[in-house]
Design a protein around this ligand. Structure first.
Ligand code: AMP
Length: 520
């Protein structure tokens, strides 16, 4: 019986990622183009930081205890891991000459990779690792010499050598030193420091657009690769007008996109001076209600009590209403700053709602925090989050620097626009060129070139089609016009233009055709 041929595997985009396809990508481009335009009018310049950064940067900036860093980052294991995984055990290597040789080869490759990783500074150069690399190299040389001397049967000498090699292999700290960025602010601050941007006129206003990566549970409006449009203002004073203008810019952007049901919520979460008193009071109160809280909130009493305020659990809402409010704990400076931000928003005609429960998931925020929700998104209805983070640049080794920024979830923004029926309509071709015959084809190529130069979307079929078939294709592609070029048209210099919506036809010279199309 003939063996059934194995079907080649069908690949699919991995969980939590997706293809963005036409015509939807036209909407993505429109949104991004609007961001470029609006942000430029507020004096922002675009920054394109890398998508991979050192893991440590995110741990330091976002906070090692946050879900994002502790659970959701895509972190690269150096490729040395492969060799360590394949070196099973010394006992196994001692089973035959072949296995011994294979194990020795693995040790040699591991050693070579380790040495080059250290030379290329892909790994931390701690003393233990450097010593292990040197010792492994010696072991590899020793094993080559032994094999050259004809010793390749498993014996106690080889066992001792492999035992030493294994010990060294496991003493190397492979670490996951690089991660895909889960958010944009850390990289922008790193770049601000790295390029000495504090020497530029302050503040420096930057924005970015691009993919972020978090290994979250995928659902509607939540992906593992998602896109953010973010902006940061670094340096200069912490004048409340800066906070308000940043928010004004956001609202202008959403207005331009005609985003529906936009609601801005703001809060102040105090500063490192006053917030600890609030967190303490919050924790005390939460402990009183401990038994009535869910598992997550109970854990957060210790780890991050502010996050309890985020809870959406119906059973916890009554308790949350009884918790102390941050407004009662703000220090004089924070209170004044918050009042001034509200005043500045009013001066700009920005409508806001205060929400004392608004805290942000990331550690670096202080004082002003804000969130914007839009319609049509179900439970994941936040399209934008942001706030002030005055300590962050310093935390990353830079000079004391004020900072404030936001990140818009572009996927959700697009979803909301689509749900309100304002998405991109598929764009058909403006002109479909139906040609027949060699001579007409040459004319068709020239016509396509000229029309495209004038900016029209033109479809030129690559092979000859009968006119009936060509017109059928033209209408399937949503073309507005069909330009019919056959022997007669070429001979007379009178081209036929068919308007597909009503089937009407007219004869035009080449020049008249271009003029006509530019007018309609
Ligand atoms: P964050 O960086 O967590 O403050 O998030 C800022 C915004 O990014 C949120 O308001 C969402 O709109 C969006 N966002 C965050 N995580 C995801 C995700 N996994 N998928 C899609 N959008 C997200």
């Amino acid at each position: 019986m003939a063996k059934k041929e194995a079907k080649p595997r069908k690949f699919q985009a991995i969980r939590g990622t997706r293809d963005l396809l036409p015509p939807e990508t036209a909407l993505w481009n429109r949104v991004e183009q609007t961001a470029h335009e609006v942000f430029a009018t507020f004096g922002f310049g675009e920054i394109r930081p890398p998508i991979v950064e050192s893991t440590e940067l995110f741990a330091r900036a976002v906070g090692g205890e946050t879900d994002i860093v502790s659970k959701e980052m895509y972190t690269f294991e150096p490729k040395l891991e492969f060799f360590r995984e394949n070196f099973r055990s010394v006992d196994e290597a001692m089973q035959s000459e072949g296995r011994l040789v294979r194990a020795l080869e693995l040790v040699a490759v591991f050693s070579e990779n380790l040495t080059s990783a250290l030379q290329l500074k892909q790994m931390a150069e701690n003393r233990e690792t450097v010593e292990a690399a040197e010792a492994l190299e010696k072991l590899v040389i020793e094993s080559i010499e032994r094999r050259n001397a004809g010793e390749s049967q498993p014996d106690d000498n080889w066992r001792a050598l492999l035992n030493r090699a294994e010990q060294l292999l496991w003493s190397v700290d492979l670490g996951g030193r690089e991660s895909l960025r889960p958010e944009g602010t850390a990289g922008v601050c790193r770049a601000y420091i790295e390029h000495n941007m504090q020497q530029l006129p302050q503040p420096v206003k930057l924005y970015y657009i691009g993919p972020m990566f978090r290994r979250e549970r995928p659902q509607k409006g939540r992906y593992r690769q998602f896109y953010q449009i973010g902006a940061e203002i670094l340096g200069g004073p912490d004048a409340p007008a800066i906070d308000a203008e940043l928010i004004e810019m956001l609202m202008t952007f959403f207005e331009k996109l005609k985003l529906q049901g936009v609601e801005l919520a703001i809060n102040s979460i105090g500063c490192p001076q006053c917030r600890p008193k609030y967190v303490h009071a919050l924790r005390e109160k939460l402990l009183e209600f401990r038994d009535r809280l869910g598992e997550d909130s109970r854990r957060r009493i210790e780890t991050n009590p502010l996050r309890v305020l985020d809870s959406k659990l119906t059973s916890e809402q009554e308790i949350i209403a009884l918790l102390p409010k941050i407004a009662d704990y703000l220090c004089e400076d924070c209170r004044a700053h918050y009042e001034a931000v509200k005043h500045q928003l009013e001066l700009r005609g920005v409508i806001y709602r205060e929400n004392w429960r608004l805290v942000r998931g990331l550690d670096y925020y202080m004082r002003t925090t804000f969130e914007i929700t839009a319609q049509g998104l179900g439970s994941q209805n936040a399209v934008c989050g942001g706030g002030r983070y005055d300590g962050l640049v310093e935390l990353l080794g830079g000079p004391p620097t004020k900072g404030i920024g936001f990140a818009i979830g572009e996927d959700r923004l697009i979803l909301s626009i689509q749900e309100s029926g304002k998405g991109a309509a598929p764009q058909g071709r403006a002109v479909y060129i139906a040609w027949m015959g060699e001579r007409a084809y040459a004319t068709a190529i020239r016509a396509a070139k000229d029309l495209r130069k004038a900016g029209f979307r033109v479809e030129l079929p690559p092979t000859e089609l009968r006119f009936g078939k060509a017109l059928e294709r033209a209408s399937k592609l949503g073309s507005r016009f069909a330009l019919i070029l056959g022997d007669n048209e070429v001979a007379d210099g009178q081209w036929t233009l068919k308007t597909l919506a009503d089937g009407s036809q007219q004869k035009l010279t080449e020049q008249a055709l271009l003029e006509y199309l530019l007018k309609v």
